[in-house]
Design a protein around this ligand. Structure first.
Ligand SMILES: [Fe+2]
Length: 270
């Protein structure tokens, strides 16, 4: 069981404090319109169907209660508002309780394409749609449980790298070709196009330890993406962690600079 004290971080808030101005809702509409038209050619089908089920529309920033009704019904997940980035421990504890902490502010007009901190557009448009997918929702809960374990073993930074290369910047192989499931990509217009169409970045077959040892930069588009075959692959990988073996493996390998490909066999092939 997760320690309930971890679920009471000071940055957690209540939705009553999320007061949006008409300009905030308009910012949402501008971003929504640009990305929603683009995504059918780029995003995984589960992202698009999740948006439809949650009734995420261009009109306004969705209400947490209405999102929670759908999440509860579909996968027993929920969202809870936060005032900023929370540390690893309460973050993992919330996931382990099938709850996703979600920002309740939106970016300014001059930050339409990029801002460092996750805002409500990144969190709701990017992350929440996949939480209606049963396997992905189970993976997120398991990620939280194993994330708490990673803290005990002193490798939570490598767990953060794994989160980065999957939940934030992951690609998936589908019958239609490569598609995006990572929220860091689906909430960015430029990276949505770049991650799929550009010849610049590497697309590597997903490998948990390789991802954990890969360096990344948060201020520019990624030089390498990891491609999964399905969400079950994510769940199974993380569920089957053997901590002694994982620690030994991580210790025996060097960190790999972003963009570096060690062997041609690392590249994803359909
Ligand atoms: Fe995110």
């Amino acid at each position: 069981m997760v320690d309930k004290a971890l679920l009471n971080h000071p940055l957690l808030t209540t939705e009553d404090e999320a007061v949006y101005t008409p300009e905030d809702h308009e910012t949402w509409s501008i971003l929504y319109n640009k990305l929603r038209n683009l995504l059918p050619q780029y995003a995984a089908p589960e992202v698009l169907s999740g948006m439809d089920k949650l009734n995420i529309t261009k009109h306004e920033i969705p209400n947490f209660d209405s999102l929670n009704k759908v999440l509860k019904r579909e996968t027993n997940f929920s969202v809870t508002p936060v005032k900023g980035l929370i540390p690893h421990e309460p973050f993992f504890a919330l996931l382990a309780n099938r709850c996703f902490p979600t920002s309740c502010f939106i970016r300014k007009r001059e930050q339409l394409e990029y801002l460092v901190e996750p805002d409500v557009f990144h969190d709701i448009f990017g992350h929440i749609p996949l939480l209606v997918h049963p396997v992905f929702a189970d993976f997120m809960q398991e990620f939280g449980k194993q994330g708490l374990e990673s803290i005990k073993h002193g490798i939570n930074d490598q767990f953060a790298a794994l989160y980065w290369f999957t939940v934030e910047f992951g690609l998936i192989h589908t019958r239609q070709g490569l598609r995006i499931y990572g929220a860091g990509i689906t909430s960015s217009i430029a990276e949505t196009i770049y991650s799929i169409d550009s010849e610049i970045p590497n697309r590597l077959a997903f490998d948990m330890i390789r991802a954990m040892k890969t360096e990344y930069e948060i201020h520019h588009m990624q030089k390498s993406y990891f491609v999964i075959r399905d969400y079950q692959e994510l769940f199974d990988t993380i569920k089957q962690i053997n901590w002694d073996m994982l620690k030994e493996n991580l210790q025996s390998r060097s960190f790999i600079p972003e963009g570096k490909v060690l062997t041609e066999q690392e590249r994803f092939t359909a």
